[in-house]
Design a protein around this ligand. Sequence first.
Ligand code: SF4
Length: 334
Amino acid sequence: MSDQDPLLSAKDLSIHFKLRGGGLFSTQTLKAVEAVNLDIPKGSFFGLVGESGSGKTTLGRAFLKALTITRGEVQYDDGEVEYDLRNLSKENLRDYRKRAQLIFQDPYAALSPRMTVRDIIAEPLEVMGLTSSRQETDERVREIAARCRLNLEHLRRFPHAFSGGQRQRISIARALVSNPRFVVADESVAALDVSIQADILNLLKELQRDMGLTYLFISHDLSVVAHICDHVAVMYLGRLVETAPTRDLFAAPRHPYTKALLSAIPSLDPDNRGNNQKLEGEIPSPTNPPPGCKFHTRCPYAIDICKQKEPELQHSGIEHDVACHRWEELAEAE
Ligand code: SF4
């Protein structure tokens, strides 16, 4: 199996939630993720971007088997085991929890203030029954703490004694202590200062190399994604609208939504400053999405067909897919 084989593969994946409506017995369906087809290559640093409300966190949670899948399937294959995430036995689910982990966004809220760093990092090992003695647990905790650049002295302290960057290293150590293959990092550097962000991103990259990890890196910050990810998928209102290797996506974005997100990144190039395609309006409610292309209410290029027919993801280059009726025309006009 090559490095590019998918670790996770989603087909027609949909996640819907039933919500209480206005009336006593009425309900609404929130389509948080709809008909997503996506492969996450083994060993990749896979970026998932979009505005708040695009469904990226829900998709990440579905890959962790933390949510019920409404429709479609997700296959996991790390070379050692193969799982269909919709049909996991209790035993396989327990094993999958060890293989798929989450790094939280907020390093301040994620750590219990009443536990020492040693106990915080050791907890997953104890809950999952992965070690058979305290000595074995301590060895594993020390090993992962060292990989995450924490020292022995840190293990005796409580989280309040640490800065944001150090707390995030504790969160990362906790997520990696079970030796997972797949890690969802959900806005994991968003709460940190820019200088600390670089330190944490370099650590994630180093750990990926040393531990053979595959990341799903969820972020609204495209400049961070450009720096660290090798593949990117762009989501809008529960749908994938564009996926590509990072270099291609940034060099030649196809979807008007991707272009608008990219043009919002502050540019240091004075020739580039006049090129901004500002993203107007708000993302519509996923309980009442517009018909046709979900982006048509904000797209400056929308025509009649966009309001009637939903575009499907289609190949626009090697590994580069886009869901827009007009992408070829728009690319020629550039
Ligand atoms: Fe814009 Fe139409 Fe393309 Fe949607 S399908 S992004 S509305 S041009």
